[in-house]
Design a protein around this ligand. Sequence first.
Ligand SMILES: [Zn+2]
Length: 183
Amino acid sequence: MEYFKKHPKREIEHPEIVDWVVSEYKKTTGKVFRDPDRAIRKLHQEGRLIKVKKGVYLYDPEFENKRELEEFTPAQKEAIFKRDNYKCVMCGQGTAEGMEIHADHIKPKELGGKATIENGQTLCGAHNYQKKYYKQTETGKKMFIRLYELAKKNKDVKLQKFVEDVLVVYEGHQINSHIKWEK
Ligand SMILES: [Zn+2]
């Protein structure tokens, strides 16, 4: 991040930043920096760097500031909680039940979601945590449904039974119930 900040708005190729990071790290700690690629990707995932193309990243201070603007203010959080009656919109449990509540961006910041009360919802700690993995489980469920259809069509009984068991687990835990699976 230090290097990117020294060169704002410049497209920096992977080898350049990797060489710098590895040598600086060696100088200050005497150790080898493991997996610098992953560290750079992580900065991008956290929304601090813009990915220009494969292996090329850019730091734009305005972009970072804008992203910080998309955090809810304490007043907005309070308005969201109040509207949702201080209860998780997924399970209905809230402060009255001793649960910790969070203001969640319905459309995530990383995808351009804004800090507006309309884009906010109250979630309990457990559902806030679950939502982070939501897309991953959604993708998984869709994939298993496709696999189920395919196995059925090909009369692959063994595979069909396996996928059926997986989908039953989804249903048992009420994960991604909005994605319908027709047996
Ligand atoms: Zn909940």
